[in-house]
Design a protein around this ligand. Sequence first.
Ligand code: ADP
Length: 250
Amino acid sequence: MSILTVRAISKTYGSRFGAAARRALDKASLDIEEREFVAILGPSGSGKSTLLNMIALLDSPDSGEILFRGENPRSGGDLATFRRKHIGFVFQDSNLIDTMTVRENILLPLALDKTPAIEARARVAELASALGIADILDAYPVETSGGQRQRASAARALVLGPSLLLADEPTGALDSRSARDLLERFRALNEERGSAILMVTHDSFAASWSDRAVFLRDGRPLTTVNRTADRKEFLERILAAQAAADEALR
Ligand code: ADP
């Protein structure tokens, strides 16, 4: 069964300050299977953030539906609790709390979830080791590098074992070496722990770590490129699809 089903969702933002109404999503559909790593690519304004906000349950579509393992989280129960248990988030800027150490930041979701202290400490240690941040757990975010902050942010997002990790331009503010390191760790975590990942990016290189690159244009998926064993070849096919999609716009 799909972990996530996005079925024909549309969203139009109302006119503001005399501007015309904008259709951000136009009957967009997308399925993500358990353990899949999907990259959403698209130019600015193609609807990527709107789609991510809908999937994150931060906003609701005008029509269509979003199902998690076949169920609509809006049909009952508390959305905030559902979100905390099932969805992890990583943003372009790490969003760590500056007055807390890296360890305290990662412990926060566990505290909200009332996880016993011994188990919480063990989970933080395990994830910190998988993400290569064990040596900075007692540092404050300002004392760490951008790449370390993103890895800490990923640890915080994954510490409750969500079935889906949503990442919005996670490598957008990183240098290429830190970006590559984060993507390699995403890939390994996805393979070893089985959280599905949905990553929004405008970067073909970042997308080449996924299983499937979906191109968004004018508020709906236009083309999909599936991974092959060789990542470089996958990257070339992503770049070719990108060029073809750009050409179609002219
Ligand atoms: P992307 O993330 O791919 O850049 P967005 O989802 O942010 O695309 O935007 C899609 C379209 O919807 C754009 O035309 C944008 O101007 C419009 N839009 C997004 N958010 C709002 C909003 N809160 N109010 C009005 N228009 C919006």
